[in-house]
Design a protein around this ligand. Structure first.
Ligand code: ZN
Length: 87
């Protein structure tokens, strides 16, 4: 994904998070950081077995809150053209 598209996704998702309060906007910031560093993101996805298709992630955040962690959010920023709205 090109940086401008990713940036647009991030802005849209962050505005949505601020408006709805469904997700902490700060988590969107962290997801954006991960989405910008694919090597780091891939490492985490491997460690946590993150799967966007079934909404699973093995990280503590996801287990504790049971909603989207930064890993799932990062995948959504990279893969979902509507950004963050699909949950
Ligand atoms: Zn996670």
């Amino acid at each position: 994904m090109n940086p401008a598209t990713l940036m647009a996704q991030y802005n849209r998702t962050r505005a949505w998070a601020r408006r709805t309060q469904i997700i902490d906007p700060k988590r969107v910031d962290r997801a954006f950081g991960l989405a910008q560093t694919p090597a780091r993101l891939l490492g985490k996805l491997e460690v946590y077995g993150t799967r966007l298709d079934i909404g699973f992630c093995g990280c503590a955040d996801h287990e504790y809150r049971t909603d989207s962690c930064k890993h799932l959010l990062a995948l959504r920023l990279l893969e979902n053209p509507k950004g963050g709205r699909s949950q």
